[in-house]
Design a protein around this ligand. Structure first.
Ligand SMILES: C[S@@+](CC[C@H](N)C(=O)[O-])C[C@H]1O[C@@H](n2cnc3c(N)ncnc32)[C@H](O)[C@@H]1O
Length: 189
Protein backbone atom coordinates (compact mmCIF):
# COMPACT_ATOMS: atom_id res chain seq x y z
CA UNK A 1 0.00 0.00 0.00
CA UNK A 2 1.22 3.51 -0.75
CA UNK A 3 2.86 5.32 2.18
CA UNK A 4 0.41 8.24 2.22
CA UNK A 5 -2.69 6.08 2.73
CA UNK A 6 -4.18 6.18 6.25
CA UNK A 7 -3.32 2.84 7.92
CA UNK A 8 -6.35 0.90 9.20
CA UNK A 9 -5.32 1.15 12.87
CA UNK A 10 -5.02 4.97 12.64
CA UNK A 11 -8.73 5.14 11.83
CA UNK A 12 -9.52 4.45 15.50
CA UNK A 13 -7.96 7.81 16.45
CA UNK A 14 -10.81 9.68 14.73
CA UNK A 15 -13.50 7.05 14.04
CA UNK A 16 -14.78 6.81 17.61
CA UNK A 17 -17.77 7.94 19.70
CA UNK A 18 -16.14 11.30 20.59
CA UNK A 19 -16.27 12.33 16.93
CA UNK A 20 -20.06 12.34 17.12
CA UNK A 21 -19.91 15.36 19.42
CA UNK A 22 -18.42 17.51 16.65
CA UNK A 23 -19.19 15.64 13.41
CA UNK A 24 -22.44 13.79 13.79
CA UNK A 25 -22.73 11.86 10.49
CA UNK A 26 -26.50 12.25 10.04
CA UNK A 27 -26.73 15.96 10.83
CA UNK A 28 -23.54 16.68 8.83
CA UNK A 29 -24.87 15.01 5.67
CA UNK A 30 -28.64 15.57 6.02
CA UNK A 31 -28.64 18.77 3.90
CA UNK A 32 -27.30 16.82 0.91
CA UNK A 33 -29.14 13.47 0.96
CA UNK A 34 -32.78 12.45 0.50
CA UNK A 35 -34.59 9.17 1.22
CA UNK A 36 -34.47 6.71 -1.67
CA UNK A 37 -31.26 8.11 -3.16
CA UNK A 38 -28.06 6.36 -4.20
CA UNK A 39 -24.98 7.57 -2.33
CA UNK A 40 -21.32 6.84 -2.88
CA UNK A 41 -18.85 6.96 0.04
CA UNK A 42 -15.31 7.13 -1.37
CA UNK A 43 -12.51 6.16 0.99
CA UNK A 44 -15.20 5.07 3.44
CA UNK A 45 -12.71 3.72 5.99
CA UNK A 46 -14.57 1.84 8.73
CA UNK A 47 -17.84 3.39 7.64
CA UNK A 48 -18.34 6.32 10.00
CA UNK A 49 -20.21 8.26 7.28
CA UNK A 50 -21.52 5.22 5.39
CA UNK A 51 -23.72 4.32 8.36
CA UNK A 52 -25.08 7.87 8.51
CA UNK A 53 -25.73 7.82 4.77
CA UNK A 54 -27.55 4.47 5.08
CA UNK A 55 -29.85 6.02 7.68
CA UNK A 56 -30.49 9.06 5.46
CA UNK A 57 -31.25 7.14 2.23
CA UNK A 58 -33.55 4.82 4.17
CA UNK A 59 -34.89 1.41 3.15
CA UNK A 60 -35.47 2.46 -0.46
CA UNK A 61 -31.95 3.83 -0.91
CA UNK A 62 -28.50 2.44 -1.45
CA UNK A 63 -24.97 3.30 -0.34
CA UNK A 64 -21.95 2.06 -2.26
CA UNK A 65 -18.85 2.30 -0.08
CA UNK A 66 -15.44 2.07 -1.65
CA UNK A 67 -12.04 1.71 -0.04
CA UNK A 68 -8.56 0.43 -0.86
CA UNK A 69 -8.24 -1.58 2.33
CA UNK A 70 -9.95 -4.86 3.19
CA UNK A 71 -9.59 -4.22 6.93
CA UNK A 72 -11.62 -1.00 6.62
CA UNK A 73 -14.34 -2.79 4.66
CA UNK A 74 -14.40 -5.70 7.13
CA UNK A 75 -15.00 -3.25 10.01
CA UNK A 76 -17.72 -1.50 7.98
CA UNK A 77 -19.47 -4.84 7.31
CA UNK A 78 -19.43 -5.70 11.03
CA UNK A 79 -20.86 -2.33 12.00
CA UNK A 80 -23.50 -2.39 9.26
CA UNK A 81 -24.66 -5.86 10.35
CA UNK A 82 -24.79 -4.77 14.02
CA UNK A 83 -26.95 -1.76 13.16
CA UNK A 84 -29.25 -3.71 10.82
CA UNK A 85 -28.15 -1.60 7.82
CA UNK A 86 -26.25 -4.21 5.79
CA UNK A 87 -28.98 -4.58 3.12
CA UNK A 88 -28.59 -0.92 2.06
CA UNK A 89 -24.79 -0.90 2.00
CA UNK A 90 -22.56 -2.35 -0.69
CA UNK A 91 -18.88 -2.37 0.36
CA UNK A 92 -16.41 -2.50 -2.54
CA UNK A 93 -12.65 -2.87 -2.60
CA UNK A 94 -11.01 -0.59 -5.17
CA UNK A 95 -7.49 -0.03 -6.47
CA UNK A 96 -5.54 3.23 -6.80
CA UNK A 97 -6.13 3.09 -10.56
CA UNK A 98 -9.83 2.28 -10.53
CA UNK A 99 -12.70 2.92 -8.15
CA UNK A 100 -14.58 0.03 -9.75
CA UNK A 101 -17.77 2.10 -10.15
CA UNK A 102 -18.23 1.90 -13.94
CA UNK A 103 -21.56 0.11 -13.40
CA UNK A 104 -22.88 3.18 -11.51
CA UNK A 105 -22.55 5.52 -14.50
CA UNK A 106 -25.15 8.31 -14.22
CA UNK A 107 -26.82 6.72 -11.16
CA UNK A 108 -25.34 8.44 -8.11
CA UNK A 109 -27.22 11.28 -6.40
CA UNK A 110 -24.58 12.14 -3.83
CA UNK A 111 -20.88 11.28 -3.62
CA UNK A 112 -18.70 11.89 -0.58
CA UNK A 113 -14.92 12.05 -0.16
CA UNK A 114 -14.44 12.74 3.54
CA UNK A 115 -10.87 13.26 4.76
CA UNK A 116 -9.45 11.21 1.91
CA UNK A 117 -8.77 13.17 -1.31
CA UNK A 118 -5.28 14.21 -0.11
CA UNK A 119 -4.41 10.49 -0.04
CA UNK A 120 -5.26 10.00 -3.73
CA UNK A 121 -2.23 10.33 -6.02
CA UNK A 122 -4.12 10.40 -9.36
CA UNK A 123 -6.77 13.03 -8.62
CA UNK A 124 -7.66 13.78 -12.23
CA UNK A 125 -8.60 10.16 -12.92
CA UNK A 126 -10.36 9.95 -9.56
CA UNK A 127 -12.62 12.98 -10.10
CA UNK A 128 -13.39 11.90 -13.67
CA UNK A 129 -14.67 8.56 -12.38
CA UNK A 130 -16.80 10.35 -9.78
CA UNK A 131 -18.18 12.77 -12.41
CA UNK A 132 -19.17 9.85 -14.65
CA UNK A 133 -21.03 8.16 -11.78
CA UNK A 134 -23.22 11.19 -10.98
CA UNK A 135 -26.74 11.89 -12.19
CA UNK A 136 -27.10 15.28 -13.91
CA UNK A 137 -28.30 16.84 -10.64
CA UNK A 138 -25.91 14.81 -8.49
CA UNK A 139 -23.39 16.46 -6.22
CA UNK A 140 -20.01 15.66 -4.70
CA UNK A 141 -18.99 16.76 -1.20
CA UNK A 142 -15.23 16.99 -0.67
CA UNK A 143 -14.09 17.44 2.92
CA UNK A 144 -10.47 17.66 4.06
CA UNK A 145 -9.03 17.83 7.61
CA UNK A 146 -7.64 21.22 8.62
CA UNK A 147 -5.11 19.51 10.91
CA UNK A 148 -3.52 17.79 7.90
CA UNK A 149 -4.40 19.73 4.73
CA UNK A 150 -3.44 23.42 4.48
CA UNK A 151 -5.91 25.97 3.11
CA UNK A 152 -3.66 26.46 0.06
CA UNK A 153 -3.58 22.72 -0.63
CA UNK A 154 -7.36 22.48 -0.41
CA UNK A 155 -7.65 25.48 -2.76
CA UNK A 156 -5.35 23.59 -5.18
CA UNK A 157 -7.63 20.53 -5.01
CA UNK A 158 -10.62 22.72 -5.88
CA UNK A 159 -8.68 24.42 -8.68
CA UNK A 160 -7.89 21.00 -10.13
CA UNK A 161 -11.58 20.08 -10.06
CA UNK A 162 -12.69 23.38 -11.58
CA UNK A 163 -10.09 22.78 -14.31
CA UNK A 164 -11.75 19.42 -14.88
CA UNK A 165 -15.12 21.06 -15.45
CA UNK A 166 -16.62 21.12 -11.95
CA UNK A 167 -18.39 24.07 -10.35
CA UNK A 168 -18.36 24.84 -6.64
CA UNK A 169 -21.98 25.08 -5.46
CA UNK A 170 -21.47 25.71 -1.78
CA UNK A 171 -18.83 25.87 0.95
CA UNK A 172 -20.50 24.07 3.89
CA UNK A 173 -19.20 24.61 7.42
CA UNK A 174 -18.00 21.28 8.81
CA UNK A 175 -16.06 21.06 12.07
CA UNK A 176 -12.27 20.98 11.75
CA UNK A 177 -12.50 20.79 7.98
CA UNK A 178 -12.31 22.51 4.64
CA UNK A 179 -15.39 21.57 2.62
CA UNK A 180 -16.92 22.17 -0.79
CA UNK A 181 -20.01 20.84 -2.56
CA UNK A 182 -19.40 20.47 -6.30
CA UNK A 183 -21.15 19.41 -9.48
CA UNK A 184 -19.70 18.64 -12.91
CA UNK A 185 -20.61 21.23 -15.55
CA UNK A 186 -20.06 18.65 -18.27
CA UNK A 187 -19.94 14.88 -18.30
CA UNK A 188 -16.44 13.41 -18.08
CA UNK A 189 -15.12 11.73 -21.22
C1 LIG B 1 -8.40 9.18 6.79
S1 LIG B 1 -9.39 7.81 6.25
C2 LIG B 1 -11.04 8.52 6.27
C3 LIG B 1 -12.12 7.47 6.37
C4 LIG B 1 -13.54 8.00 6.38
N1 LIG B 1 -13.88 8.72 5.17
C5 LIG B 1 -13.81 8.86 7.59
O1 LIG B 1 -13.90 10.09 7.46
O2 LIG B 1 -13.92 8.28 8.70
C6 LIG B 1 -9.04 7.75 4.50
C7 LIG B 1 -9.55 6.50 3.82
O3 LIG B 1 -9.41 6.64 2.40
C8 LIG B 1 -8.96 5.41 1.85
N2 LIG B 1 -8.29 5.71 0.58
C9 LIG B 1 -7.11 6.32 0.36
N3 LIG B 1 -6.85 6.44 -0.95
C10 LIG B 1 -7.91 5.89 -1.60
C11 LIG B 1 -8.24 5.70 -2.98
N4 LIG B 1 -7.42 6.09 -3.95
N5 LIG B 1 -9.42 5.12 -3.27
C12 LIG B 1 -10.26 4.71 -2.29
N6 LIG B 1 -9.98 4.84 -0.97
C13 LIG B 1 -8.83 5.42 -0.63
C14 LIG B 1 -8.04 4.83 2.92
O4 LIG B 1 -7.88 3.44 2.79
C15 LIG B 1 -8.79 5.21 4.20
O5 LIG B 1 -9.72 4.23 4.57
Amino acid sequence: MAEHVCPWWFCYTFDNPLRRLVQDPVSTLKPFVQPGQTALDLGCGMGYFTLGLANLVGEGGRVVSVDLQDKMLAALKRRAAKQGLARRIEPRRCSTDSLGIEDLRGQVDFALAFWMLHEVPGRVGFVRQVAASLRPEGSFLVVEPKFHVRQADFAAELDLMVGQGWEVLERPAIWGSHAALLRPLRQAA
